[in-house]
Design a protein around this ligand. Structure first.
Ligand code: MG
Length: 322
């Protein structure tokens, strides 16, 4: 006997959360629960505004159609909508026991705020990798900040993310301000320039390694080794089913690249699943999942060590069940 339920959530975000130049106050999404015999599996379906092609409403309709067929036992293929395919495949993988329970909860610490406090946190944390967004301010400020952190915390490696915000000139100015002896401690910079060609040129000229995030999800992109190309960010909510995610990770690893599982601002339920996926599929890479601090609540499952209040299953808004 199969049963399924779909829940809607809306989590208040910390004031001042900005996503692609847009201030957002709440993160909305869906949770799905599958039940069969005595087992159950959960998944999160949460298209990200500004990043996902599908809307939450489209995801909801598609998920309900899929779940209805699943409850009737009809054979089915994966949803074409990446967020739906991801959430449903997680719920199925929990149901079947395919998704291992253990996770990698050490994430690259997201660097923002007061430098003194940040340096203090970095010195205390176990992992020696941190992530810093660049390109929001003047390149000189970013360059100075990178120097400051790398100088203050020996052994620290930085992942930078410019989200395609620099012109070639600004990118060059940033590199100019980073002391040359520190460049090798930049593990990679994601998407420094507006186009992939400009980013490649930047990497060639500065020796700073590249990571692809947005570019890797564009149609026509093929994952292969290139000079100065070091890492690919895999965001499952924007990629598709667990099968698609594992194929991507395998392809990257075969090309000698670091595959990093990254979050798309999922709730604690989705984030803990991403930590498990990271440990399972990319055991050698530290995932990029340090986004829970932007939220004011957790859902059902707790991120280890988080003191945020937890919304229980009974408090969720049920929008469909069968
Ligand atoms: Mg990125």
């Amino acid at each position: 006997m199969r049963r399924a339920a779909l829940f809607h959530y809306a989590i208040p975000l910390e004031a001042g959360t900005v996503l692609r130049d847009r201030r957002i106050k709440t993160r909305s999404g869906l949770l799905v629960r599958l039940e069969e015999d005595d087992r159950e599996g959960w998944g999160e379906i949460a298209p990200l505004v500004g990043f996902s092609a599908e809307s939450l409403d489209e995801a909801r309709q598609d998920a309900i159609a899929w779940l209805s067929r699943w409850c009737r036992g009809e054979p089915d293929s994966e949803s074409r909508l990446p967020s739906v395919a991801f959430g449903l495949s997680c719920a199925q993988a929990e149901l079947s026991g395919e998704l291992p329970g253990e996770g990698n909860y050490d994430s690259a610490l997201l660097c923002n705020g007061d430098p003194d406090e940040l340096i203090d946190r970095l010195r205390k944390q176990r992992a020696t990798v941190a992530k810093m967004k660049v390109g929001l301010y003047e390149p000189v400020r970013d360059g100075v900040m990178v120097n400051l952190l790398l100088e203050a915390v020996p052994g620290l490696t930085l992942r930078l993310d410019a989200n395609r915000s620099w012109s070639p000139d600004k990118a060059a100015r940033f590199a100019h301000f980073v002391a040359s002896e520190y460049r090798s401690r930049i593990a990679f910079i994601e998407e420094p320039c507006r186009t992939a060609a400009e980013s490649r040129r930047f990497a060639l000229e500065t020796g700073i390694a590249l990571g692809w995030d947005e570019s890797a999800r564009e149609p026509g992109f093929t994952l292969k080794a290139e000079p100065h190309f070091r890492a690919v960010i895999i965001k499952p909510t924007l990629t598709g089913s667990l099968h698609a995610v594992s194929q991507r990770a395998e392809l990257a690893q075969r090309a000698g690249l670091v595959a990093v599982i990254g979050s798309s601002l999922e709730s604690s339920l989705g984030l803990t699943q991403l930590a498990r996926i990271a440990r399972w599929l990319t055991p050698d890479a530290l995932p990029g999942l340090d986004t829970l601090a932007l939220m004011q609540q957790q859902l059902i499952r707790c991120w280890p060590g988080s003191a945020l209040p937890v919304v229980s299953q009974g408090e969720l808004e049920s929008i469909w069940q069968s």
